[in-house]
Design a protein around this ligand. Sequence first.
Ligand code: HEC
Ligand code: HEC
Length: 308
Amino acid sequence: MNKLYLGGSIFVALMLLFTYISVAGSKGGLNSDIVNMLAVAGAVAIVVITVFVVIKYVRQMQVDTASGELAKESWDGIGEYKNNVPMGWAIMFLLTMVWGMWYWLIGYPVNKYSQIGEYNEDVAVHNTKFQEKYKDISGDKLVEMGESVFLAECKVCHGLSADGIDGKAANLNKRIDAASVKYIIEHGSNNKLLGMEMPMPDRNALFNATSGALITDAEIELVANYVANGMSGEGADVFAGACSSCHGADGKGVDFVAPNLAQYTPALVVNVLNNGKKAAIGAMPKFDRLNDKQKEAVGAYITSLSSK
Ligand code: HEC
Ligand code: HEC
């Protein structure tokens, strides 16, 4: 007998022995139920077929010699036989192309059911119902709804009392702190706080009209504290000279030009929710999955915090 077949048979016998030992050793043993027997039969079939198929190809590699017509190309003496594509492959290839066209034109995902689509439709229906149900609430009720949204969605970063948890996120009980104002003057800002693209220039373009020169470090310090103190204290003249042309004399902002720095407004909060915000403290993700009423409510809640 050929050495290869002998080795193969021994290997099969060993595998079957291991299979027998592990099944017989398992709870209930070999004869306990039909599933064990089926598993053993499957294992036997897989082992036998695998070993003999492998042997067949190893034999073929040992004894086969190359034959057939050579292609004309030759790479440093190494040639290639002309072989036709096997019929089975060719058919599979064509069928794959047909299936691919079917998949894109008729089947999933172009115009058929999808789970994401169904989810989005359900959310849209729910949001319409929600907005219909609550369309008339306002005042304290709106603030209450905003508080509950805040507790569910925002508390993790801004903290239960919206104080920003020791500087991890913005403290929403006051409009803005001095470090944040300084950062914006140094770096500029482009967070769509007005709901549209309208960047704030950085210090290289901030002229103080009173002095007629670029804003200085000392002036930045002054004006940052002035804004953070709720538009009061020293620095009023710097604000008037360098900032009021856009933010308004009282810092309450100008529509489509610059946002309100003196206090939160629901519209400002909604813009932060729609676009997210990146500045001195870090990055706030956008929350555009809240529906319009929820955004309005949370805007009312935050506005109410700083005006208490
Ligand atoms: C050319 C107009 C312009 C001038 C001048 C200007 N700003 Fe702004 N500022 C903007 C705009 C526009 C935004 C909104 C940017 C955005 O969407 O991110 C902004 C945003 C800000 C913010 C960010 C508010 C927030 O919630 O993060 C601060 C703080 C600020 N400005 C302070 C100042 C100060 C202080 C000055 C004066 C030294 C000044 N700005 C001068 C246009 C201006
Ligand atoms: C993953 C943490 C995180 C979550 C969740 C989060 N925020 Fe923020 N938020 C931040 C950070 C950080 C900032 C500060 C960005 C900056 O100025 O550097 C911020 C800033 C803000 C600002 C702007 C403050 C300012 O003075 O301009 C508002 C308004 C705000 N968040 C409201 C909310 C609301 C409402 C929610 C819930 C719907 C919320 N945030 C959820 C991290 C978060």
